[in-house]
Design a protein around this ligand. Structure first.
Ligand code: PLP
Length: 385
């Protein structure tokens, strides 16, 4: 089976994990801050806080921006459910901004229109969570310009996009956002097994994220309500969680980070190869990009949703692990129960009916990729295209 995505683990990664297992620390040792500092440096950002996964990072990002009951948070419908759920964890309401049919990211004109209407209605969101779908950055400059007019916070869900860049700077630099979140799940660009990170240029937000990831506890006398009783002393300042990353995970993440540029380069090569060879088929292909991290390569098939279903099933039966990204979040039963309906975000829904994610990961060989492309071509012909 050729999967749609998978990790690339080499001997250096294995050695790094083994070394951490032989060390004095399995968690809260030197590897976590080393990984944080390396990611912060790579992204040209001042602070990075490692956590157990990107969902936890999104949750803490919302808490660190004081999002709570009575607030509204907007995200893209074309994302994994976690981008919306993080606001629900905090008791906030979620709403969506439809996507741009070309980039498949949050549409800037749709955002502008929705902000104008929300401003009129006195119901502006407290934060917007743009998602860099497939590793391609959203138009952060424009999104930030619109958000800043209304004092709205921005959390970038960059789960797909470590290694990508925007306007000449790395995604994660936080030039256009309060916080940027990465995922290190094995299908993402680099992995720590499970893992996530929140980056921010704001030292107070960084301190808050750090406190919240470990029960809301602080050892910093300057934030305590009374002088410390002694060296053992800590205070729980607020309600936090155990969202810590282990040293074992951080050792793997740090070792993977050294290969990030190679991974992204190979992904880009494979994406260009797909685009070159698939151009003559009746497909909508991803827009070319030198700055995407190429987490996903999604084609849009011709014909009906049934045709997509048949091609999906036949590709899977042929041992090709195609996938579909994403079922629009507002169509999930949980969100339907909150009042969303079919037709609310028509561009995301129309895209979804035709979308098919093809295998893309650094270890995919040219010949495996040829197999994928030949199978797809045969199936399109069988469908009469
Ligand atoms: C994978 C993913 C997440 C969640 O990441 P985890 O590390 O698995 O919690 C959130 N948002 C998007 C867009 C993702 O793709």
């Amino acid at each position: 089976m050729i999967p749609y995505g998978r990790q690339s683990i080499d001997e250096a990664d294995i050695d790094a994990v083994v070394a951490s297992l032989r060390s004095a620390w399995l968690t809260q040792g030197p590897q976590v801050p080393a990984f944080e500092q390396a990611v912060a440096k790579y992204c040209q950002c001042a602070h990075a806080v490692a956590v157990s996964n990107a969902t936890a990072a999104l949750h803490l990002a919302c808490l660190a921006l004081d999002i709570g009951p009575g607030d509204v948070v907007w995200t893209s419908p074309n994302t994994f459910v976690a981008s919306a759920n993080c606001a629900r964890y905090c008791g906030a309401e979620v709403d969506f901004v439809d996507i741009d049919p070309d980039t498949l990211n949050m549409s800037v004109p749709a955002l502008a229109d929705k902000l104008a209407a929300a401003s009129q209605a006195g119901r502006l969101p407290k934060a917007i969570i743009p998602v860099h779908f497939s590793g391609r950055s959203c138009d952060m400059k424009e999104i930030a310009r619109l958000a800043r007019q209304h004092g709205i916070h921005i959390i970038e869900d960059a789960s797909h996009a470590i290694g990508a860049s925007h306007a000449g700077r790395p995604v994660g630099c936080c030039e256009y956002s309060d916080i940027t979140v990465f995922s290190f799940h094995p299908v993402k660009i680099i992995t720590s097994g499970e893992g996530g990170m929140a980056l921010t240029g704001n030292p107070e937000i960084a301190a808050r994220l750090t406190r919240l990831r470990s029960h809301g506890i602080s050892r910093d006398p300057s934030v305590m309500t009374s002088p410390p009783d002694g060296d053992w002393y800590y205070q729980q300042i607020e309600l936090g969680f155990n969202y810590r990353m282990t040293d074992i995970q951080a050792a793997l993440g740090l070792s993977q980070l050294a290969k990030l540029a190679c991974f992204v380069e190979r992904r880009r090569q494979l994406a260009e190869r797909y685009t070159k060879h698939l151009a003559r088929l009746p497909l909508i292909l991803p827009m070319a990009s030198d700055s995407s991290a190429w987490h996903l390569y999604v084609v849009q098939l011709p014909g009906s949703a049934d045709c997509r279903q048949r091609i999906f099933d036949k590709m899977r039966a042929a041992g090709i692990g195609v996938n579909v990204h994403y079922i629009p979040v507002h169509r999930q039963p949980y969100y339907r129960n909150l009042g969303f309906n079919d037709g609310d975000f028509p561009t995301a829904e129309a895209y979804y009916r035709h979308a098919l994610t093809l295998p893309l990961y650094p270890d995919l060989t040219d010949s495996e990729q040829d197999t994928v492309m030949q199978a797809l071509e045969t199936m399109l012909v069988t469908e009469g295209f």
